[in-house]
Design a protein around this ligand. Structure first.
Ligand code: G6Q
Length: 555
C-alpha cells in the first residue's frame, strides 16, 4: 500500500473518528478515572522501562494504532529487514545494522556469503586493536603510549561514536582522551591540534566512502600537521582508517593492515555498531563494546518477537504517530536527565530526521500526511532554565521524551534525588498544569490582594494536558545505552513503514554538496555569476573580496 492510501485506509479513518472524541480528553481526568493507568500504559524490555501513560491515549487508541501498524505491514517489513531483503530500494541495499550486534555463532547467508561470520572477524580485529591501544602495547613513533585519540569523520561517522563515548565516559580508559573533529571549518581541527602531541596521538579517519569532503580535508590537514613533526614512515602508527573503500584508504597512505572495514548494508547513521564504533571500543574496551552490542541485540530480539501491543519500539512509534498526525504536534523535545547523554538529542536529530524527513513515498508519490517532526532538546535540568517555559505555557504543545537512569555513576550525595525529582516533576507539571482556581487559591493563601490576584491569574495558569514519555534505565551502562539506541532505531523504522517512506536513504543532503563544490571553485578561482541568483552572487562576491582582497563589483 502506498502512503497515498494512508488517509483513506480503514485503520486511519477509524483513528480519525476516534480522535473526534479523544481531542476533548484531559489527562488529569484519565488518571482520575483509572487507578491502574500507570500499570496499563507502561512496558519494560531489554533493561528499559517505558511509561507512556502521560499521553492522550486510551486502550482503544493503542488498539487502533496497532491495527494501523498491522495494516501498513510493519510486521512483514520488520522481518524483511532482519532477514536482509533490500528494503532500501532507492540504493538497492539491505539494511542490516541488527546483524552487527548478533551474537557469535548466528548465521546470515546472503549471496552465498556468511555475513555474520565476516562481522565477527572485523569485531575481533577491532577488539584486539583497541586493547593494544589501551594497554600501551600500541605506541607512537617515539615509543610513547597513546594519550589522545582523534576521530575524524562526520554525520553517521561522528555523531554515534561521539555520543556513545560521552555517554560512557565514567567507564572509559583514564589515560586516553577522545576527541572528535567533524566540521570542514578549520577552527575545529586547528583548536584541537594546538592541544595534542603528535607523538602520542592516534588519528582514526572514519568514512564509509572515504570521499566525504569534510573528512578528507581534515584528514589531509592532520596528516600534514603530523609530518611537520614525524616522518612518512611513522604515519602507520598514527593513522588508522574505518572505511569500505580500501583503494582510497591506501592512496591516502594508510596501511590496509590498519584499516577496519564494514559493508554497504550499514547506513551511516546506523553504523556505530560497526568498526565506526572504534573510538568507543578504545574508550571502554573490547568487552565493553561487546556489552554495548549485546544490549542492542536484546532490544532487537524484543522488537522482532513481542506483539506490537507490548513492543517498546512500536509503542514509542505509535504514540509518536498519534501525537504527530492526530494531535498535530510539529516537534518532539528529548530531555535526557543524565549529563553524560548530552549528545543524545543531537544524535536523534540525525537518526530521526535524516531517516524520516521525507516527502515522497516508496513509489515516489507525495505523502499525504505529515512525516517526521522536528527533534530537539537538551539535558535536564539545564533545559528547565531555558526553553521549558515554552513547553509549559507556549502556544504549541510539544511532546517530551524524558530519559533518566535510576542509579548514578558518581557518589556525590543528594544529586541523584534532586535530578530525578526534577525529571518526574516536569512530566507531572506538563500533564497536570495548573488551573485558574488553583492559582487563585494559592495566591489568596499568600495574602495577596484580590485585584492583584486577578491581574496575575492568566500569567500563572498552566494549560497542562501536554503529553510525555518517560524512559528509565537502571543505570547508564554499555548494555543499556545499546538498548536505548536500538529502541529509537526501531521506533524510526516503524514510523517510516507507517508513513510509507524509505527511512534508509538521504538524497536530501546531495544538492547542497554539489552546489558547494561549484561555489568553492568560484571563491578561489573565476566567478561564474551566470550560474546563480542575485543573492548567491552577492554573497560570493563579498566572500571573494575578503578572501582574495578583491574589490566588490556589481554582479
Ligand atoms: C548517514 C549519512 C551521512 C554519512 C556522512 C559521512 O546516514 O549517510 O551522515 O554518515 O555523510 O559519510 P562517510 O562515512 O562516507 O564519510
Amino acid at each position: 500500500m502506498s502512503a497515498n492510501d494512508l488517509r483513506s485506509s480503514p485503520a486511519w479513518t477509524a483513528l480519525q473518528r476516534h480522535f473526534s472524541d479523544a481531542r476533548d480528553w484531559r489527562l488529569r481526568d484519565l488518571f482520575n478515572a483509572d487507578s491502574h493507568r500507570f500499570q496499563s500504559f507502561s512496558e519494560q524490555a531489554a533493561g528499559i522501562f517505558l511509561d507512556y501513560s502521560k499521553n492522550l491515549v486510551s486502550r482503544d487508541t493503542m488498539d487502533l494504532l496497532c491495527t494501523l501498524a498491522r495494516e501498513r505491514g510493519v510486521e512483514a517489513r520488520r522481518e524483511a529487514m532482519f532477514s536482509g531483503e533490500k528494503i532500501n530500494h532507492t540504493e538497492q541495499r539491505a539494511v542490516l545494522h541488527t546483524l552487527l550486534r548478533a551474537p557469535r555463532g548466528e548465521q546470515l547467508m546472503i549471496d552465498g556469503q556468511d555475513l555474520a561470520a565476516e562481522v565477527h572477524q572485523v569485531l575481533d580485529r577491532l577488539g584486539h586493536f583497541a586493547e593494544r591501544v589501551r594497554s600501551g602495547a600500541w605506541t607512537g613513533y617515539t615509543g610513547e603510549q597513546i594519550t589522545d585519540v582523534v576521530n575524524i569523520g562526520i554525520g553517521g561517522s561522528y555523531l554515534g561514536p561521539k555520543m556513545a563515548c560521552q555517554a560512557l565516559r565514567s567507564v572509559s580508559h583514564p589515560r586516553i582522551a577522545m576527541h572528535f573533529v567533524s566540521n570542514v571549518d578549520g577552527h575545529d581541527l586547528d583548536a584541537l591540534l594546538a592541544r595534542v602531541k603528535p607523538e602520542t596521538t592516534l588519528f582514526i579517519v572514519a568514512s564509509k566512502t572515504f570521499t566525504t569532503q569534510e573528512t578528507m580535508m581534515n584528514a589531509q590537514s592532520a596528516r600534514a600537521w603530523f609530518l611537520t613533526h614525524g616522518e612518512e614512515k611513522h604515519l602507520a602508527q598514527h593513522f588508522v582508517a574505518v572505511s569500505t573503500n580500501t583503494k582510497a584508504v591506501t592512496e591516502f597512505g594508510i596501511d590496509p593492515a590498519n584499516m577496519f572495514g564494514f559493508w554497504d548494508w550499514v547506513g551511516g547513521r546506523y553504523s556505530v555498531w560497526s568498526a565506526i564504533g572504534l573510538p568507543l571500543a578504545i574508550a571502554i574496551g573490547a568487552d565493553g563494546f561487546r556489552e554495548f552490542l549485546s544490549g542492542a541485540h536484546g532490544m532487537d530480539q524484543h522488537f522482532r518477537s513481542a506483539p506490537l501491543e507490548r513492543n517498546l519500539p512500536a509503542i514509542l512509534a505509535l504514540v509518536g504517530i498519534w501525537n504527530r498526525n492526530f494531535l498535530g504536534s510539529t516537534s518532539i523535545s528529548v530531555a535526557p536527565y543524565h549529563q553524560d547523554l548530552a549528545s543524545f538529542p543531537g544524535y536523534l536529530e540525525q537518526l530521526e530526521m535524516e531517516s524520516n524527513g521525507k516527502g515522497v513515498d516508496l513509489d515516489g508519490a507525495p505523502v499525504t500526511v505529515a512525516t517526521c517532526p522536528v527533534i530537539w532538546g537538551d539535558t535536564g535540568t539545564n533545559g528547565q532554565h531555558a526553553y521549558f517555559q515554552m513547553l509549559h505555557q507556549g502556544t504549541d504543545p510539544v511532546p517530551v521524551d524524558f530519559i533518566a537512569a535510576l542509579q548514578p555513576s558518581h557518589a556525590l550525595p543528594g544529586h541523584q534525588e534532586a535530578l530525578l525529582a526534577n525529571c518526574f516533576a516536569q512530566s507531572e507539571a506538563l500533564m497536570r498544569g495548573k488551573t485558574g482556581d488553583e492559582v487563585r487559591a494559592e495566591l489568596q493563601a499568600q495574602g495577596m490582594a484580590p485585584d492583584r490576584i486577578e491581574a496575575l491569574v492568566a500569567h500563572r495558569t498552566f494549560p497542562g494536558n501536554r503529553p510525555s514519555n518517560t524512559l528509565l534505565l537502571d543505570a547508564l551502562t554499555p548494555a543499556s545505552l545499546g538498548a536505548l539506541i536500538a529502541l529509537y532505531e526501531h521506533k524510526v523504522f516503524v514510523q517510516g513503514v507507517i508513513w510509507g517512506v524509505n527511512s534508509f536513504d538521504q538524497w536530501g543532503v546531495e544538492l547542497g554538496k554539489v552546489l558547494a563544490k561549484a561555489i568553492q571553485h568560484e571563491l578561489s578561482g573565476a566567478p561564474n555569476a551566470g550560474a546563480h541568483d542575485a543573492s548567491t552572487n552577492g554573497l560570493i562576491a563579498r566572500a571573494r573580496q575578503a578572501l582574495l582582497a578583491q574589490p566588490l563589483t556589481d554582479a
